[in-house]
Design a binder for this molecule. Structure first.
Ligand code: UD1
Length: 417
């Protein structure tokens, strides 16, 4: 297992480029199960979760080639099974359920278990598929879904679920009749999936709003689609400029999709400007000061940036409050930040952060993807050396993070644990 060794205290300066979005690429690649023709996907990030998705697609019967951020897929004889070994390493594997039910009328998908950031059930996905005419049995930890034919339905989600909206949207594009999704997720990655499906001939309106209407079509065929840039990676780089008191030009930064995050970072004292070459981010003269953040579905503050902004709050003047409203157990980074000298107390889903003058390098353990990013940010700003262990979480969601950060002045080495 690898660890990252970070020599802290170096301001980052220079240009850094954002890769394609992991959370957009995953559903879009799963949507290739729906296609009758080969497809090419551009700007696919080079990540562990993408490799897992391609392995799963190949097992299902979709041929996949992956070279230099371009994935080519070709439909073959589909096999409706997603085994536990793959699903357990990536919860998003459940996104093959909708496309398989739509194409084959059956699917056997291992039920994703809990993960470090909470129980994360898929009841909303299953309830919607049942309304569309599917039946489910549980056998040996696998969900077995069957339907003679999916039909359109009026579905009201209990909460705006990103994965649920994507899974059901993929099923509905080939279902008989019209599906209406109410209280749908509005995340930009849901919109990117809808745009891809529309480019293949799907009939979808309302994506990006809480009500999405999908009229089923008989078949879909694709050619080339470019995945949107990763707003969470971009947000992490913005935070890196602030916490190291550096100045970064962030290329391919999806400014509009990051507006809530940018507003908060500006409130904390960062100067962030959109230019023709990218987004320029630096810390203002007054330094970092505290703020309050409540995570919410898009367009609210994203839970996937909560751990990273908390690293900044740890070294801000004044106190900050973080209210985590999307996931339970999403404060796994807090005990690790405390090991680095942060002053944080947790009460239920709220964390109170009292800023300290500086963090001190320490041995810390990554527990999930975004917690790992928070620890890297803390390590970049800390006095001394920080060793971040269990970075396989980081490799699931950040493409070559140490290479990108070292190119703008960071001192990070990847070492065997
Ligand atoms: C996606 C993102 C993840 C992000 C999250 C919230 C991907 C691959 N992952 O995860 O990075 O943190 O959105 O923005 O895109 N819920 C239920 N029942 C369900 C579905 C969800 O109770 O059937 C709950 C979840 O436990 C959670 C909330 O709804 O509390 C939101 O989850 P959801 O939006 O579905 O997250 P994911 O799609 O798993």
């Amino acid at each position: 297992m690898d660890k990252l060794r970070i020599e802290g205290g170096v301001p980052l300066h220079g240009t850094i480029a954002v890769s394609g979005s992991k959370n957009a690429a995953l559903p879009i690649l799963f949507a290739s199960i729906l296609l009758d023709s080969p497809a090419s996907f551009l700007n696919v990030p080079h990540l562990q979760d993408i490799e897992t998705t391609l392995r799963l697609l190949r097992m299902i019967g979709v041929s996949c080639e992956n070279e230099d951020h371009v994935v080519q897929t070709e439909p073959g004889n589909l096999l409706p099974e997603a085994p536990y070994d793959l699903v357990r390493t990536m919860r998003a594997s459940v996104l093959c359920l909708g496309p398989l039910l739509a194409r084959l009328g059956r699917a056997r998908v291992s039920l994703p278990g809990g993960c470090a950031i909470g129980a994360r059930p898929v009841d909303q996905h299953l309830k919607a598929f049942e309304q569309m005419g599917a039946r489910f049995d549980l056998e040996g930890g696998d969900i077995i879904g069957r339907t003679s034919r999916l039909r359109g339905a009026h579905i009201v989600f209990d909460m705006p679920t990103v994965g649920g909206t994507e899974n059901v949207m993929m099923a509905a594009v080939l279902a008989d009749g019209t599906t209406i999704l109410e209280n749908a997720a509005r995340e930009p990655e849901v919109v990117d999936l809808a745009k891809f499906l529309i480019s293949c001939g799907a009939n979808i309106v309302g994506h990006g709003t809480p009500i999405i209407t999908i009229k089923g079509v008989s078949s879909l065929s694709a050619n080339t689609y470019s995945i949107m840039p990763d707003r969470i990676e971009a947000g992490t780089f913005l935070a890196a400029a602030g916490i190291t008191k550096g100045k970064l030009l962030i290329k391919h930064c999806p400014y509009q999709e990051l507006e809530t995050v940018i507003n908060k970072l500006q409130e904390m004292g960062m100067q962030i400007t959109k230019t023709s070459e990218g987004v320029l981010a630096e810390l203002g003269k007054a330094g970092l000061h505290g703020t309050d953040v409540k995570t919410q579905p898009y367009p609210g503050f994203p839970t996937d940036m909560q751990a990273q902004i908390m690293a900044l709050m740890s070294v801000a003047s004044q106190s900050s409050i973080v209210d985590e409203r999307i996931f339970e157990n999403r404060f796994m980074h807090v005990p690790e930040l405390i090991r680095m000298g942060a002053k944080i107390t947790i009460s239920g889903h709220t964390a109170m952060i009292r800023g300290v003058s500086h963090l001190i390098g320490a041995q810390v353990m990554a527990s999930d993807l975004r917690a790992s990013a928070s620890l890297v940010l803390a390590g970049l700003a800390a006095h001394g050396t920080t060793n971040v262990r269990r970075i396989y979480h980081l490799d699931r969601g950040y493409e070559q993070i140490e290479k990108k950060l070292n190119a703008v002045g960071a001192r990070i080495t990847r070492e065997q644990q």
